[in-house]
Each structure stands twice: as C-alpha cells, then as structure tokens.
Design a protein around this ligand. Sequence first.
Ligand code: G6P
Length: 616
Amino acid sequence: MCGIVGYVGRRPCEELLLQGLEKLEYRGYDSAGISLLEDDGGVESVHAVGNLANLRAAVERTANDNGALAPAETGIAHTRWATHGKVTEENAHPHDDSSGKVHIVLNGIVENHAELRKRLIGEGENFTSETDAEVVAHLIAHHYDGDLAAATRDAYAELRGHYAFVAMHADEPNRLLGARKECPLVAGVGKGETFLASAIPAFLADTRVAVPIENGEIVEIEADGVRITDTDGTPIERAAEEVTWDAEAAEKGGYETFMLKEIHEQADAVAETITDRLPGDDGVDLSDVDLADEFLRDVGRIVIVACGTSYHAGLVGRYAIEEWARVPVEMDIASEYRYRNPVVGPGDLVIGITQSGETADTLAAMRLAREAGAKVLAVTNIMGSQATRDADAVLYTRAGLEIGVAATKTFLAQVAAMYLLGLRIAQLRGTLPAARIAELVAELKALPLKIDETLEAAAGPVRAVAEKHARREFFLYLGRHIGLPVCLEGALKLKEISYIPTDAYAAGEMKHGPIALLDESTPVVCIATESPVLEKVLSNVEEVRARGADTIAIATAGSERPGEVADATIEVAATDWILQPILAVLPLQLLAYDIAKARGLNVDQPRNLAKTVTVE
Ligand code: G6P
C-alpha cells in the first residue's frame, strides 16, 4: 500500500499535491516525497521520513535554504508504506534515474526488480535506494528516445509484478505517464488541469470528473486531457464518470463504511504481503525477516501467541505449519500464556501475531518468551510498533491502515503471512516435494484474484441469508480442521458488530454440548469447503438439520454435496484446501456486515470495543 498522485495543469501544484497526499495517507504513512518540474526544466525533489507534516516541514526548509520552490505546474508525489528497503529518506519516492531526468512514484511491487537492477547497473546506471521502485525510473530512462509514452510502454513490457506508477520527464513538461498492473490508478479531469492518483479522494476537492484506468493500460495526461492506450499503443476510449460522493464518503472510497472498504481491499492486502516474497515459482523468499535459515530449519517447536482475530490467524498458521513443515506448533491466547508459567526456552520460536503491534497481553507474552531464551518473531502490520522493538525479527503484513474496529484485511494478510512462513520452513526442512511447493506457490499467487471473485459472487447469496436471519437471537458456527478457525473468526465478526450471541465449535464436538441449543430458530453456519474432512462436516450438518435448525453451508464452487445437504449454500472460489480459509472467511465477513447494517448498527465503531488494546 502506497499512495501516488500526479498533476499537470496551469496552477502551481505543490500545495495541490500535498493535499492530495493527505487524502491518501491511509494507504501508507512512513515516509513521503514530492518532485516538482519547474519552468526551467529543473526538477526539485523533497523527501521526508515520517508523516506528511514532516514532508511539509522539509518542503519549507528547502524553500528557506534555496529560496521558495519555483512555481511548478507539473509534479508527482508519494506517501509510502515500505516494502523493499527501510524507512529512510533515500528510499522515499519519487525516485529518479542517473541523469535526474526521469522521476517516478510507484505503488505496489516490481517482482523482477533484482534482475533488472543488476542488468541496469551493468549498463552504467547508478542506483541510490534499496527500493524495487527505483528500477522503473532507470528502465524508462534506458528506453527513452524523446517520447515518454513510448519509453513507458517499453518499460512496462519488461516489468513483472503488481503495481501502478506515474512517471515524469524533465524534458517533457506538461505531461505525465502512468501505467497500471493490478494496483489502482484513476485520472481526475479538471478545467485545464488533470490528476493521476491511486484513489479519487486525492483530487476530489478539485474535480469530480474521474476516468478509471484498467489493468494493462498506459495513460498519458496533459493539462487538457487524458489519453489511454493498451500496451501496444492502441488507443482505448473510456468515458469519464461524475463522482457523486460527499467528502465523508470520499474518505471511504465511495463505500458506505470503512469496514466495507477494507473488506474490498483484501485482495490488495494479500497481494502486497505475498507478491515479492514469492519471487519465482518454486519457493518462498523471507530474506526480509531476520531469522537465520539454519534456525528455522532446526526449530524444535513453535508457539504462537495472539489475541482476538490475530489468534484466529495463528490457528490457521498452526494447521499450515504442522501440515507442511511437520514442526509441532502450540497456539495460545496471549493473556493466558503469560500467566501459565509456560515451558519455553532456547530452540523454540515464539510468534506474536498482532496487527497493531501494541496489544499489551501479546507484548507481555512475547517478552516473557524472549526472557526465557526463545527466539521471538513479531507478525505485525505497523512499522515501528512496540512489537517490532520487542522481537528478534519481524514479518510484516502489508494491509495498509485499517480503520474499522472489526479486523478484516489485517486478518487476511496475517493468514497469508503465516502461509509464507509455513511454506518457507517446509522448504528448509525438505518436508514437501518440490512439485507440491510449486503448486502451493501458484495457488498463493492466484489468491488475490480469487478473493475479488469470491467477494463479488458471494455478495448476493450472503444478502439473502442476512435478510432471512437478521433478527435471530443466536448463531452457531461449525467447522473442522482448517474450517474451525474460519468459523471462530466468522462468529467473532458477527458478535462484534451485530451484538448477536454466537458460538463457534469444532463440528465433531457439537454433540457434546451446543447441540442442546439448537431449535428451528437457530441458523447454523458450516464451513463445508472441499477437504479431507468434508464428509465428516456434512454428517454434522445432517445432525443439525435433524434438530430443525437452518443450515448455511460455505462451500467450494462446483462442489455438489453441500448443496444437497444444507438449506442454503454460499460458494467460494476453489483453491488448495489448506489455503481455503482466506476465501471461506469472506462470506462470513459479509454476513456479519449485512446483518449489522440490517439492524441499523455502527459497524465501524461497535460499542465497547477498541482497535488497539493497550491494557491487560
Ligand atoms: C482488539 C481488536 C481486534 C484485534 C485484537 C488484537 O480486540 O478490536 O480486532 O483482533 O484487539 O489486536 P492486535 O492488534 O494484537 O492484532
């Protein structure tokens, strides 16, 4: 997650770009930068570590030192959420090529940056940052022959990954080029001025006319218009759209709540978390995580500690690590672990999962383990958070800022991170055949698209179930194996935002208690995706139906049995069965959401809950 914005027009754009960045700060805020193309062809670039107030201060300092920045009418700007390279001024965007003529801002990840960097260095280019993005500036410069559009197309053809970028050339004032591959990009068309940004809010104060850029398109903006082409330069016609959102809706990207927006940002959150860590087809690269391969290979035991939704992500991680890497994994609620005098010590790996990096119980559990001599890994979404300081190593999720109190996209990113870890350990220990690793890598890479597919396909069926059951007084969730954490998370979501009592149970254990709660008024949500335990789950569904309860099965698309057994079926895209939680949880998030909305509740700020819990 990063935010990019560019401007071409007839007004001085420094302030316009800074204001645009402020609206994109939710996409990242660890550093920022701006490059302005001055009338004389010079480019002034300012970078700052920290939030946008720091960039403003740096811009002011530059003005005091060098005289006011010349009023530029073309410029690009960026707010960063670090992926490749530490949070430093050098790594903040915009980046330029060795001649200082080409400047770019990029959101996303260039997968083949290492090989391109090597080649370009061989050709004499001089790199100044550790980022993957810088390669784009050099590559465009390398192809440049007087036409930024042609150079951008040629560069695009060589880039692999998941990104959107905007490029500017000092010799071509009043023109910016952009390209989109999966990450968002949208043009804003004003009177005599045009914007190009990651999201509409960046320019909404100046224009309500937007032209969305689609995957695989190159876009050129000038003060008086937008030209879109495909990668061969063939023009593409696209009608402009009038944006009708008010300021509050704009902050939510046009969604009615932050939670809904964040649910729809999940493909991106997973892609950002996995893409550059799966550089090829045959394995996981966790070189950004400071844990020696030998330690991971020889680790005798893994303990995962977490709270709330993060605990559920840990549970999925446990199944994946044990299944793939054959290392014993213990999972505990952090507030329990810290007070149970746990047996832990050297040779153990203790993983604290915490999206905020600040949850008091998780931090205490991590500290206790570290003091006992275990190696501690933090899995967190927040750079510089306490967890990153208390741990020996950090595996970052890259979900971007999450505002809704009920965690959604941070959960998916955590689960994805645990898959990466499980697969990496399996690779190091040789517990999976190469072909199985390759299969899982391919399936992981396919998840972002399947997340979007599933959200779209499930929306209607979920709404129908929500309408039917919105007034029920109790929901039961059942699942087995990898489906169990999914139902725990689904039940938590519903409880958190709709205030309906829920219970989530291992399906096989239902007959030892919860079955007594069932009657005709109980909706029972069952995770019935394809897996070696599907038949067992379906037997439990039958048992539930025999008590008159209403069963809702979450099933793999194309799988017939659940539909024959359950009262309602909601399908999710097919993937490897161990990876299924990433998709199976999506309808449950939507179900909780639709029911809470139907009950007229504030889903973004449910009563009594807090996003970050820094007390015991
Ligand atoms: C709070 C939040 C949850 C979160 C839990 C753990 O209860 O409302 O969404 O799962 O804390 O937070 P953490 O930041 O440690 O993941």
